[in-house]
Unconditional design. Sequence first.
Length: 460
Amino acid sequence: MIHPIIKFVACCRAAGYRISTSEVLDCLTQLELIDVLDQDEFRAVLRANFAKSRREQGEFDRLYHLFFHELKQDIEVTEQVALSGKVDRVMDILEGLANGDHSRRSILDFLSGEPLSFLEIIRQGHTEHGDSTQSVKFNLAPLASRLEVMVNLNTIRSQIGRILEENPFRYARDTNQEVMRYFDERMRSAYSLLLKEPRPTSDDVRLVRSHEHYLTQLGDRPFTSLTPREVEQVREIIEKLVRKLKDVVSRRYSAHKRGILDIKKMLRRANRYQGVPVEIIFKKRPPRKGKIVTLCDISSSVWAAARFMLTVLYSLQDCFTRVNSFVFVSGLVEVTEILESEEIDYALGRVLKDLDLEYTAATDYGETFRQFKQNFMETLNKKTTLIIMGDARTNYLHPEDGILSEMREKCARVIWLNPEPEQIWNTGDSEMYTYKAHVNELRQCRNMNQLLGFIEELVI
């Protein structure tokens, strides 16, 4: 059992996992305590010791299945002895045709059952970044790297087909088909590793669906389909909720502002009357208020929902320590001062007309996150709730989900509000499921009921 575990660890390290020698020894010790023939227990021990981060946990099952099932490392060896010699003859010809090319050599090693170098190439292809601005913006470097591997895979597949068709070893027909089947299975695994881009996962994300708090026809209507009269009705309902929430918050802070007993002040006052009566005095403590940072996509598909959210947040800004707002299309602009200094309707009008933004440009979430990291990262701290309102449609540009992960580490929580129906979140150019791994809550927010449910939970 030690030998396959060590080989599996080598594959994990080639895929980018950081596994120490002590962790390998711990794993081997724990395997002695379980039934290794019970696959669930066996996989659970390996996963607990080797997959530590969220990214590694998301990719572990795929790597486990590749090693212990698809490549069948050190398993069923006696059944493969007869076939291995015939496969080796084909591999000798392929190695002669490789001409020392590193990518082709890695593919041939993978076909032989040694996946280390091929996994390293795949990992580099997923993490590689180009030097130029265009390479970063359009995610060209990883695409170019994977394209090269794809070309080499197709070339080797064609070479295998020609060799077995010419049959220089004069294999029997059944043997020839069995050798071809062997290579087809390995090639399918290689294509799967190359084409299935790993998606980070987050088991702790809280996916919050519709909170139907106000069961009215108007409350269920999408913001994009509201008439001007219905927009005014929605505003009136929102204003009533805002007043209600302000009253609730003020009472809550009033009830909880008392702290511990102020012994010194109690004794000082009681001393005036020889200790009788004693007036109970509490130390006052300021209410704990959170900080809000919002990033709003103001493209036409999202603005109908974003304007209502900005309106509500600025009506309730007394309930928070600070509200910082940013809007974006293909770039990012802070609008905090505009929304604080102007009446809200006039301010929202300025947001749509007077900013240094290309309003008709394609939405670029990657560029937005890059600009936020460069210029505004200091607005986030461990008391900040980051709210992102957008449909996550990147127009096939680089999503920069790694920067969103950095933003999540800096703040208390990240909430993403998506105005699109949940059924189309991962279709076309949507990167919603990529971003989902880096947020704490993901909500559909396309009508009044959903928006008010979110705001009520946020404030109370």
